[in-house]
Design a protein around this ligand. Structure first.
Ligand SMILES: Cc1cc2nc3c(=O)[nH]c(=O)nc-3n(C[C@H](O)[C@H](O)[C@H](O)COP(=O)(O)OP(=O)(O)OC[C@H]3O[C@@H](n4cnc5c(N)ncnc54)[C@H](O)[C@@H]3O)c2cc1C
Length: 547
């Protein structure tokens, strides 16, 4: 890097920016996880995506979209309602690039069926790479992709929506969705009196000549410029799911009144609204009274994406930390060559290896679930466990990554401060930590045989690895307890660790051994680097993380 000269000093010993890299090929654990889970044939496509998203231009868009946050324009200058949210052009560009890559729809065929093959794994690799650059815009991207699973229960509606949803165009115009080149979908469940407990929803739905009219509110409804929202409301037969478009069928603006936008810790490029519905037009999705069953199909997919995005954020933290440590000298030696920093970075690399192997293994289960009962059981039991462990580990990991950059890590010009502020939300939304643990218990109680078979499979796949047998026995005992909630966090964490060990064993066996030894057998303190890995393994882990 050329040295910059100021009147008072020269600038040197600062690390170069980590951009203009191929986010796919520079990441050996990602390549191995994609290959090991059926996605090898997409390597060229993923490399093109990785180069594009790893460019300086995309990094710049991410920064600008977060510094220029969305603005709610409730009224026009004459006092008419507008209910529009304005985003910086950089946000629209990020949306357009994700849509162009099919991140919002490529797991579906043009008529809304699962695309099959390794489409989940390939799309997840793209989601993982995009989340390393900008996560806020991925909220509508993930909701759009996931909504198809809920719309599938209403085939007539799905057939109308798919021709617009299945294009790779991003069309930000404020116009009826059926007139557009592409569309995005959001979701409104959470109300003031209850988010987890959606049964407490008070928003009402009344039948009308053209469908339903919805009256009430939502306390959180993100990405408010989506073309339509899947909304829960109480109908005659109970809580039901509806599709509420921004425009009514006659082309008039629907009665969706945004009250204000949330002032959030992170996720700042994305708008999250508080909203009231004043007799807003909607059409039903699925049967009346079956709203939770309908929307849970969507939530299963958004939970999967929370885990992928958190793994991606951690990967970015690791890459930036390594890039810095390899260029920054302290006491005449690069940080990357200092034994204590190597201990920290290699332990972090091991965590990311396990996280990416685990989320890609989960995506393979999503790919295969329609035709394979064992994979469907894996998906059902492990999705909440993986969301729990991966998402909850991200803030602590990103803090450590930040610290690797010293003071530079803490300031807003770098990306790590943004990643750190972003990271808690994936654990909170789409079902918070305890709710994920309760969901694992629910899966166990509803399908105990299928869950026991998954546990047995994981134990088999990690046989002989340190602490694996003990972990499997502990999980089995904990899940048989009548007061399972008391030990649910411990058991769900161990379940995720065992699944990570098994997933890693399939793609990088030596790393599975190290992971099991430090995480399952407990040969590690509470902080990154508080373990002694062999020198050869340290070198290998760091080389794999960033050649
Ligand atoms: C940035 C952001 C954007 C969002 N966007 C949307 C959106 O677009 N659409 C939408 O519908 N919602 C959205 N949400 C809402 C989000 O999904 C909820 O906030 C979340 O599900 C938690 O619900 P709650 O806030 O009502 O908390 P609560 O349900 O009150 O939960 C509080 C805590 O209690 C725990 N808990 C709950 N039940 C139990 C139990 N039985 N035992 C033990 N612990 C329990 C939870 O794990 C949580 O930690 C968004 C939230 C955020 C932060």
């Amino acid at each position: 890097m050329t040295k910059a000269s100021f009147h008072t000093h020269e600038v040197f010993n600062q690390s170069p920016p980590f951009w203009d890299v191929d986010l796919f090929n520079v990441d050996r654990p990602l390549v191995d996880a994609v290959t090991g889970n059926g996605g090898a044939s997409a390597a060229k496509e993923l490399s093109e995506f990785g180069k594009h998203w790893g460019s300086a231009a995309m990094a710049e868009r991410g920064r600008i979209a977060n510094e220029n946050t969305p603005k709610l324009r409730t009224f026009d200058s004459r006092g008419n309602r507008r209910d529009e949210v304005e985003f910086h052009p950089a946000y629209h560009e990020l949306m357009a690039h994700s849509a162009h890559g099919g991140v919002h729809n490529s797991t579906w065929t043009a008529d809304g069926k699962p695309a099959g093959g390794a489409s989940e794994v390939v799309r997840a690799a793209k989601f993982y790479m995009a989340s390393q650059v900008e996560t806020g815009h991925l909220c509508p991207i993930t909701m759009t992709r996931a909504s198809v699973a809920a719309l599938a229960v209403q085939p007539d509606l799905l057939a109308r929506v798919m021709p617009v949803l299945s294009t790779r165009s991003y069309d930000p115009s404020f116009a009826p969705w059926w007139t557009k080149r592409g569309m995005t979908l959001g979701m409104g469940m959470t109300e003031k009196q209850g988010g987890t407990d959606v049964r407490s929803n008070m928003t009402r739905a009344e039948r009308s000549a053209d469908g339903y009219r919805i009256t009430g509110h939502k306390w959180f409804m993100s990405a408010p410029m989506c073309d339509a929202f899947l909304v829960l409301a109480q109908a005659d037969e109970g809580l039901s799911c509806f599709l509420m478009p921004r425009f009514a069928p006659d082309g008039s603006i629907n009665a969706i009144h945004f009250q204000r936008l949330k002032d959030k810790l992170g996720n700042r490029s994305n708008a999250s609204s508080e909203v009231e519905f004043h007799g807003a037009y909607a059409e039903r999705v699925g049967e009346e009274g079956k709203g939770i069953r309908t929307i849970i199909q969507m939530v299963q997919l958004t939970r999967q994406d929370c885990a992928i995005a958190s793994a991606g954020l951690m990967r970015s933290g690791l890459a930036h930390a390594l890039n810095h440590a390899r260029h920054r000298s302290v006491f005449q030696k690069h940080l990357a060559d200092q034994p204590l920093m190597q201990a920290v970075l290699s332990d972090m690399a091991l965590h990311v290896e396990a996280s990416v192997a685990l989320v890609m293994r989960l995506c393979r289960a999503f790919d295969r679930a329609p035709d394979d009962a064992a994979e469907a059981a894996y998906m059902r039991l492990l999705t909440p466990a993986i969301k729990y462990w991966v998402c909850k580990s991200a803030p602590g990991f990103l803090y450590e990554a930040m610290e690797c950059l010293g003071g530079n890590g803490y300031v807003e010009e770098g990306i790590l401060a943004r990643h750190y502020r972003e990271s808690p939300v994936n654990a909170i939304w789409e079902g918070s930590g305890n709710v994920m643990c309760l969901d694992v218990l629910r899966a166990l109680s509803r399908e105990p045989d299928a869950a026991a078979a998954v546990l047995q499979q994981l134990a088999g796949e990690s046989r002989g690895l340190p602490g694996a047998a003990e972990a499997a026995a502990f999980i089995g005992r904990a899940f048989r307890r009548p007061d399972g909630e008391r030990v649910a966090r411990d058991a769900v964490e161990k379940l995720a660790l065992l699944a990570a060990t098994a997933a890693l064993n399939a793609v990088a066996p030596r790393n599975a051994e190290l992971f099991a030894d430090t995480r399952l057998a407990g040969n590690r303190g509470g902080m990154y680097g508080a373990t002694e890995l062999p020198n050869d393994d340290i070198r290998r882990l760091l080389e794999r993380a960033l050649p």
